[in-house]
Design a protein. Structure first.
Length: 390
C-alpha cells in the first residue's frame, strides 16, 4: 500500500471516530433541556476558582464585593461561597490534567462558579501542552452561551453578545488530523441543536429586555456549511419571535466597522459562532475601555460560570505590579452572577456603585501602574460606596 493510501485510511478512521463522538454529543444535547430554577432551591452554592497570575489577587477583591452584596443571604445560609482548590497551573501541570478530576467533581457540586483567569499553555511555554481549562469547563458543564455585554454610552452602544461557547473550531480544537508532514486539517463543527439553543437564548434575552433586533455575525460567504447552517438555524428559531427583527453582518466587516453608525444601525443583541465571538468580543471590549473592563457569563441549563475575559497578565506579575491589577472585570462578573441566581437588585446596586467609582466620582483610579490605586484600595472605595447605597 502506498504511503498516501495508508495516510488517507488513518485520517478516515480518525474522522469517523470524531463524527461518532459528535453523534453521541448530539443525543446528550437533546436530553439536556431541563432548566434549573434557583428560586426553588433551599441553598445556592457559589464555587470559587481563583485561577493563576493576577487571578487570586483580583479574586480576593471580587469576593469582598460578593460578600458585601450578599451579606444577609450568606449569614442565613441561603447562599454559600465555597473555594475549590487544585485548579492552578502548577497542579494541573503536575497531574497532566488541564481540569483535574477531583476539581471537576467539586465544581459539579456547586450551582454557579466564579472563575479567575487561568493559564492556557502555548508552544514554547514552560508548561506541558495542556488543553484550555476554559474550554473543558464549558464543555463539561454544557455552558453553551457566553453572554458578553458591551456598553459604550458616548457611541450609543449597548450590546449583548451571545457567543456559541462549545462548538465551532473549539470542540475538535485538539483533534485535528496531521495527515502527513505536508498536510494538517482542523475542523469546524456546527450542529443544529447547538445553533438552536444559542439562538433561543439570544431571542429570549431580547424579548425579556425589550430589544427589537438580533444580528447574526458569520463568514457565511466563505464558510458555506457551518456558517450557512448557523444562519438558517438562527432564522428558524427567530420565526418563533416575530416581534424581533433579524439582520446579518460579516465578521471581518464587524471587526473593522463596529463603531460606524451606518454599519452598526439597529444592533442590540448579537449571536455568533464560537471563534468569531471570541474575536469580536475582544475587539468590542477594547473599544469599551480595555479587556480589563469586560466580563463574561457562561450559561448552561444546569450550571453557569462567571469570569473576566482577560488572561492572567503575566506582564504585570513579572513586573511586580500584580496588586495594581484592575479587579473591575471580575467584579462585574460578580454582578452578573448575583443577577443570574435571582438577585438582580444587588446587581443594580453594584452597577450604580461602579458608575460612581469609575465614571462620575473617581476618587481612586486603577491604572495598573504604581501611580494608581491597588486593587485592594479601589475595592475598599467600592465596598464603602455600595454600603452607602444599600
Ligand atoms: C475567552 C478566552 C478563551 C477562549 C481562552 C482562554 C480559551 O479567550 O474566554 O474569550 O478562547 O474562549
Ligand atoms: Mn477570548
Amino acid at each position: 500500500m502506498s504511503d498516501n493510501t495508508k495516510n488517507i485510511e488513518v485520517a478516515q478512521e480518525k474522522f469517523a471516530e470524531l463524527i461518532k463522538s459528535e453523534f453521541e454529543r448530539i443525543e446528550r444535547m437533546k436530553q439536556d433541556n431541563e432548566i434549573k430554577d434557583f428560586s426553588k432551591q433551599e441553598k445556592i452554592v457559589i464555587g470559587v476558582l481563583p485561577g493563576d497570575g493576577i487571578g487570586p489577587i483580583i479574586m480576593a477583591q471580587a469576593l469582598r464585593v460578593l460578600k458585601t452584596l450578599m451579606k444577609d443571604e450568606l449569614e442565613s445560609g441561603k447562599v454559600e461561597i465555597r473555594e475549590i482548590e487544585g485548579m492552578t497551573i502548577e497542579h494541573r501541570a503536575e497531574t497532566l490534567q488541564s481540569l483535574p478530576d477531583e476539581v471537576l467533581a467539586e465544581v459539579k457540586k456547586c450551582d454557579v462558579i466564579l472563575k479567575g483567569p487561568m493559564v492556557t499553555p502555548r508552544a514554547g511555554d514552560p508548561w506541558p501542552n495542556l488543553l484550555s481549562a476554559n474550554s473543558l469547563l464549558r464543555r463539561n458543564l454544557e455552558l453553551f452561551a457566553a453572554v458578553r455585554p458591551i456598553k459604550i454610552p458616548d457611541k450609543n452602544i449597548d450590546w449583548t453578545f451571545f457567543r456559541e461557547n462549545i462548538e465551532g473550531e473549539y470542540i475538535w480544537g485538539n483533534k485535528g488530523i496531521q495527515v502527513n508532514d505536508d498536510l494538517a486539517v482542523d475542523f469546524k463543527v456546527q450542529t443544529q441543536q447547538g445553533t438552536e439553543r444559542i439562538a433561543r437564548a439570544a431571542f429570549d434575552f431580547a424579548r425579556k429586555n425589550g430589544k427589537k433586533n438580533v444580528t447574526i455575525v458569520t463568514k457565511a460567504n466563505i464558510v458555506k456549511l457551518a456558517d450557512g447552517n448557523f444562519i438558517k438555524g438562527v432564522r428558524k428559531v427567530g420565526e418563533e419571535y416575530p416581534d424581533i427583527e433579524i439582520q446579518e453582518r460579516l465578521v471581518d466587516a464587524m471587526c473593522a466597522k463596529m463603531l460606524d453608525p451606518e454599519f452598526n444601525k439597529g444592533i442590540e443583541v448579537i449571536v455568533l459562532p464560537n471563534l468569531y465571538g471570541d474575536i469580536v468580543t475582544d475587539v468590542a471590549a477594547e473599544h469599551q475601555g480595555g479587556l480589563g473592563t469586560a466580563s463574561s457569563s457562561n450559561i448552561g441549563n444546569k450550571y453557569a460560570m462567571f469570569e473576566a475575559i482577560h488572561g492572567t497578565a503575566p506582564f504585570l506579575i513579572s513586573h511586580g505590579r500584580g496588586q495594581y491589577a484592575d479587579p473591575c472585570s471580575l467584579i462585574r462578573a460578580v454582578g452578573m452572577l448575583v443577577a443570574h441566581i435571582g438577585y438582580g437588585d444587588r446587581k443594580q446596586i453594584l452597577d450604580r456603585a461602579l458608575d460612581i467609582c469609575t465614571v462620575t466620582e473617581r476618587k481612586l483610579v486603577v491604572t495598573t501602574d504604581k501611580d494608581g490605586a491597588t486593587a485592594e484600595e479601589f475595592t475598599t472605595y467600592l465596598v464603602d460606596t455600595i454600603n452607602g447605597l444599600k
